[in-house]
Design a protein around this ligand. Structure first.
Ligand code: HEC
Ligand code: HEC
Length: 399
């Protein structure tokens, strides 16, 4: 089975990474100059020239990461990062990084975020994603298109949106200060409506996400809660909650932390596809040949009737590995051409993502450009498919 590649990231490597992250990403949880002290976020505009972070203003602990992004070889330049961002990221996070272009993707061009986030934090988010959300793991080691140079270039580009210097303080040493039980009612009253009762399944960021909690220090979380993120629905709670209450909520978030699962069976690469066509001998499905979108219920009905079709998962391969529509194959939206050689043109082709339309529409249009006559989007996307109890496959190789 040469096409089956099982990804293994050793625990020790992961722990070493965690240690490195906590050295550079930890910050003090106390009061600090926030929006009151002249946050210039409001005057920032997309057309303003980029203002690189002056290295002299960075704390010593972060000197090495500063040089990583300032050290602009052609491969890691902000210009290269901009190209990559345009190809893989802007349809969710927005061309100017304002966020919310699709699927509640958070703002990235936001000083309340960028000044707290170390390069390691940003690279970790890009490379390992936020499993269970539409933020893919983009790393080549998860079958994605982003290598180390590319992720550094992306970070350099994100930094070009930053107006104020990094504010990473020294590590907050010692045991966590808060109490999760005391934090629970505060969370339920103030946060659950947006972030979900247990930190997932809410309208916005999944706070119980294992990759987020592995990257974010207590200081990062406390300061984010205290200050909020200007011009986003995340308002600062500094005036509403006391510092000990914020520490209690942080302790609650920590209590949800589980080890991130790094073992996935990645899908076949271009040229290695198998079982592309569903029900090759079945009748053609009764979809409108000109349809742009076909509802999930219609697709399921035709599948049950034994109709033949091809279903493409438009997301990055790691998302497919975690969960996909039974019978679908992985064809990431950015690489359609490479996979198309093995995909016949005489069947109805459906594309889907979790967004539910961002990546799937990109792939549908790419397939049409490649000469496929009947291509439509599986309208509501994979989450609606799963929620109706329709068959899905995939998941970590070890629970
Ligand atoms: C009205 C909705 C809303 C409420 C209420 C809310 N948040 Fe948020 N929160 C958001 C949004 C939206 C973001 C992402 C903002 C962005 O960067 O674009 C966010 C981001 C965050 C982040 C950063 C997560 C990350 O991935 O970087 C943390 C931590 C957080 N919120 C904690 C809380 C806590 C704790 C509470 C309650 C005390 C709370 N939030 C209340 C909407 C909300
Ligand atoms: C399909 C939509 C989508 C695409 C494409 C996408 N993202 Fe995201 N991204 C999200 C969502 C949604 C989140 C928040 C996930 C959560 O925590 O719930 C996120 C989170 C992030 C975060 C963490 C933000 C924080 O507050 O901690 C970073 C950094 C990020 N994305 C960068 C990128 C980059 C760079 C790319 C391109 C390589 C990209 N994203 C592509 C949807 C997307």
């Amino acid at each position: 089975m040469s096409h089956r590649r099982v990804l293994r990231v050793s625990l020790s490597l992961f722990l070493a990474l965690l240690a490195a992250i906590s050295v550079v990403a930890c910050i003090g949880g106390g009061k600090r100059a926030g929006r009151d002290a002249g946050d210039d976020g409001g005057t920032r505009s997309a057309s303003a020239p980029p203002l690189p972070t002056p290295p002299s203003l960075l704390p010593a602990a972060d000197a090495s990461t500063a040089s990583a992004s300032a050290d602009a070889g052609a491969l890691v330049s902000a210009e290269r990062g901009k190209e990559l961002y345009g190809k893989y990221c802007d349809f969710c996070h927005g061309e100017t990084g304002k966020g919310y272009a699709a699927d509640e993707a958070p703002a990235l061009a936001n000083d309340d975020f960028l000044t707290l986030a170390s390069d390691e934090y940003l690279e970790g988010a890009i490379l390992r994603g936020r499993p269970g959300t539409t933020m893919s793991a983009w790393s080549v080691s998860y079958g994605g298109p982003i290598g180390l140079n590319e992720s550094k270039a992306l970070v350099a580009f994100l930094r070009s949106w930053q107006r104020k210097p990094l504010a990473l303080a020294p590590i907050d040493a010692g045991a966590p200060k808060g109490d999760a039980a005391r934090g629970a009612p505060v969370y339920a009253a103030q946060c659950a409506s947006c972030h979900g009762a247990q930190g997932s399944g809410g309208k916005y960021n999944a706070l119980a996400n294992p990759e987020l909690l592995a990257s974010a220090s207590d200081g990062f979380l406390a300061t984010t809660i205290e200050r909020g993120r200007e011009n986003t629905p995340m308002k600062g709670f500094g005036g509403k909650l006391t510092a000990p209450q914020i520490d209690d909520v942080v302790a609650l978030l920590r209590s949800w932390q589980k080890p991130a699962n790094h073992e996935l069976e990645l899908p076949p690469k271009p040229g290695e596809l198998k079982n592309v066509v569903i029900a090759p001998k079945g009748p053609q499905p009764a979809f409108d040949a000109k349809a742009d979108f076909v509802p999930v219920d219609t697709v399921k009905k035709e599948m049950d009737r034994g109709a033949t079709m091809i279903i493409l998962d438009a997301r990055a391969p790691a998302d497919y590995a975690r969960m996909h529509v039974a019978g679908a194959i992985s064809v990431p939206f950015y690489d359609a051409e490479k996979y198309a050689k093995q995909i016949p043109k005489d069947r109805f082709v459906l594309t889907y993502c979790a967004c539910p339309h961002a990546a799937s529409v990109k792939l549908r249009d790419a397939m049409r450009t490649l000469g496929y006559p009947r291509v439509a989007v599986l309208d509501e996307g994979i989450l609606a498919w799963r929620d109706r109890g329709y068959p899905v496959r995939g998941g970590p190789t070890k629970p």
